[in-house]
Design a protein around this ligand. Structure first.
Ligand code: UD1
Ligand code: MG
Length: 427
């Protein structure tokens, strides 16, 4: 088992936002949430410490609500990454296992990579392992400086680097694995004699070497995994990378994505094979889509949607928090929210489940039985139940439950006035 320390106290100035950087979202998950999920996904993280500082209350509240194995530790003022890690020292006095350190703003890191990294650390019998990556453009990162025999010497920050050091393309990815018992003393010996007058976490490399520890760098295979978010531009780029990963995985699993360039699917959504996703769909949150479904073009699934097999959700259809059983179609211009819909149902174009009462701000449920047919442009005012086999005439406003196999219709009867136009015109 390991413990993790996730650095998230920084200001995130370039996001230009009132929301703390790490609480920005990609689909329905926060940047910090992705990092914690990746750590928890290794199945060896017994406890996580998140270092908070800037807007700490918001981050703390978020973590308390969403993560049980995660504690927050306040760093105030923020005097650098080394100072940030030293904040957990009081909590880990007697701990002798491994500590992994990550940043809260690198949402693309995966559990697999963390597992490989920790395994490499263990198999080298390493005391300090830093994750490195080779970048064509290494600017702004700390550079990995190696000795002539290839062993790691130190990490030099860009702002402290000389011209030769700046040419080095191997960079510090900002993820570390430490043998805590051997490294913990480093944190009260760090100094601030550098360009930024900060306590640098990176200085533990040199400290380790000088104290006879086994210090190593482990090169990351997929550079995108440590892509850090510093601006809204970075955020948009990360969404794209995450989305294309998700689509690749889905296509490998037998799902047809007609146009990956206009399809957005949350990584938390599961889809069964032989389902076809047509262009321009936005599928966010946790959804479970069965096999042989047809979704889109231009469909919006907003989370907590369960579609059984052979369901059709067509263009301009929005679905939120609904279970729709097999062979049911909602093919055009429809809103389905807070609903349970049976098998073999046809939802006509323009149907709306009116689930929200803005006066008391409550949501109510619409229940539709098997084999029901809803005529076009109907409004089903929830709470309401339309029982098995019933039909609803087009343009109806349904405010009461409809019994099995009945017809419900509320529109005004149609009238025809023959020759009315000619008479009006005096002809
Ligand atoms: C750091 C590394 C650099 C590495 C890069 C990878 C140091 C000195 N440098 O640089 O070698 O290439 O990450 O992205 O560590 N933070 C705190 N408290 C602080 C300062 C920072 O919690 O007092 C957090 C930030 O919120 C952020 C992380 O630590 O999540 C990294 O800090 P940042 O200022 O971005 O460091 P870099 O300059 O990018
Ligand atoms: Mg950074």
């Amino acid at each position: 088992m390991v413990k993790s320390v996730i650095l998230a106290a920084g200001r995130g100035t370039r996001m230009k936002s009132d929301t703390p950087k790490v609480l920005h979202k990609i689909f329905n998950q926060t940047l910090l949430g992705y990092v914690i999920d990746a750590v928890n996904g290794t199945d060896i993280a017994e406890e996580n410490y998140v270092i908070v500082g800037h807007q700490s209350e918001k981050v703390e509240e978020y973590l308390n609500e969403n993560y049980i194995n995660t504690k927050t530790v306040l760093q105030s003022p923020q005097l650098g990454t080394g100072h940030a890690v030293s904040m957990v020292s009081p909590y880990l006095n007697d701990y002798t296992g491994e500590v992994i350190i990550l940043c809260g703003d690198t949402p693309l890191i995966t559990s697999d990579t963390l597992k490989t990294f920790i395994n490499a650390h263990k198999s080298m019998n390493s005391d300090i392992t830093v994750m490195s990556a080779v970048f064509d453009n290494p600017s702004n990162y700390g550079r990995i400086i190696r000795n002539t025999d290839g062993t790691i010497n130190s990490i030099i920050e860009e702002k402290d680097a000389d011209t030769e050091q700046k040419k080095v393309k191997e960079i510090n990815a900002g993820i570390y694995c430490l043998n805590w018992n051997k490294v913990k003393n480093a944190f009260n010996q760090l100094k601030t004699n550098n360009a930024q007058s900060e306590y640098y976490l990176t200085d533990i490399i040199e400290w380790g070497r000088q104290n006879g520890l086994n210090v190593n760098a482990h090169i990351l295979e997929r550079n995108e995994e440590i892509f850090g978010i510093n601006s809204k531009h970075n955020l948009a780029e990360a969404v794209k990378i995450m989305n294309s990963r998700t689509l690749d995985k889905l296509m490998n699993d037998g799902i047809t994505i007609v146009d990956p360039s206009t399809t957005w699917i949350d990584p938390q959504t599961e889809i069964g094979k032989d389902t076809v996703i047509y262009p321009s769909c936005y599928i966010e949150g946790k959804n479970t889509i069965g096999s042989n479904c047809k979704i889109g073009p231009f469909a919006h699934l907003r989370g907590e949607v369960i579609l059984d097999d052979y369901v059709k959700i067509g263009n301009y259809v929005e679905v939120k928090k609904a279970h729709i059983k097999s062979h049911t179609n909602a093919c055009h211009l429809t809103y389905i929210g807070d609903s349970e819909i049976g098998e073999n149902v046809n939802i006509g174009a323009g149907t709306i489940t009116a689930n929200y009462n803005p006066l008391n701000k409550t949501k109510s449920k619409t229940i539709i039985g098997d084999n029901v047919k809803i005529g076009s442009n109907s409004v089903l005012v929830a709470p309401v139940e339309i029982k098995e086999g019933a039909n609803v005439g087009a343009l109806s406003i349904i405010t009461k439950n409809v019994q099995e196999w009945s017809l419900a219709i509320t529109r005004a009867p149609m009238k025809i006035f023959e020759g009315w136009v000619k008479k009006k015109n005096g002809k």
